[in-house]
Design a protein around this ligand. Structure first.
Ligand code: PGA
Length: 224
């Protein structure tokens, strides 16, 4: 949306070794501009988080760090889970309720709501993915990403007009939320989504893996 804070968020999913992650950070970090109205967030897998965070600090790059999930429980006997309090200080944001988590790992709206609560208690910004304008948005959430399932990883993005319509409906129901779009975003279509009145950012999977393509997407917002 013209004139407001723009969020560009890279969701690497289960990709990249630590070495590949660090290569991406130095390439992207040195090429993108620091701008007051732009927040660029990279979400690596858990194993790369700390090294990515360190590389961003050392390079003084205009990048924030996010996690792709966190535990629905506080710290305790929950094997394999990352508790929000343990991610505190390491990440600025967490992606919650992604459709892959819902379909592959049985994540329910109730679990998303529990995770949101724990993220907020730890000062981590929850970015909740919604698959339609009917997906419930837990209290306290200020950032959501509309990601229609047909558009994820398919090369078949939603139309900007439809994404705008969904964003408008979401904002009517939840006036406090800002809406991002995700699903087959590339440097060819990023700008047209960002020009919609009710869209303030992008959540990018596949196209975020390639540093130069991601830089192009970030550059496409400079003109917004
Ligand atoms: P995609 O994924 O950009 O590869 O479609 C987006 C997402 O899953 O967040």
């Amino acid at each position: 949306m013209v004139g407001s804070q723009i969020w560009i968020i890279a969701n690497w999913k289960s990709n990249k070794t630590i070495a590949e992650a660090l290569e991406w950070v130095s390439e992207v970090g040195s090429k993108i501009e620091r701008r007051d109205n732009l927040k660029v967030v990279v979400c690596p897998d858990f194993v790369s988080l700390e090294e990515v965070k360190k590389a961003i600090r050392v390079g003084n790059f205009p990048l924030m760090v996010g996690a792709q999930d966190l535990s629905p429980y506080p710290e305790g006997a929950h094997t394999g889970e990352e508790a929000a309090v343990d991610l505190k200080g390491l990440v600025d944001l967490v992606i919650l309720g992604h459709s892959e988590r819902r379909s592959q790992f049985g994540e329910t709206d109730e679990m998303v709501s529990d995770k949101v609560k724990l993220a907020l208690e730890s000062g981590i910004i929850p970015l909740v993915c919604v698959q339609s304008d009917q997906t419930p948005i837990p209290e306290g959430v200020k950032l959501v990403a509309f990601e229609p399932i047909f558009a994820i990883g398919t090369g078949n993005p939603d139309t900007p007009a439809d994404a705008e319509k969904v964003a408008e409906t979401l904002k009517q129901r939840y006036p406090e939320v800002k809406v991002l779009y995700g699903g087959s975003v590339t440097s060819d279509n990023s700008q047209v989504f960002l020009r919609q009145n009710n869209l303030v950012g992008l959540l990018i999977g596949g196209a975020s893996l390639e540093p130069l393509e991601f830089v192009k997407i970030v550059e496409s917002c400079y003109a917004i």
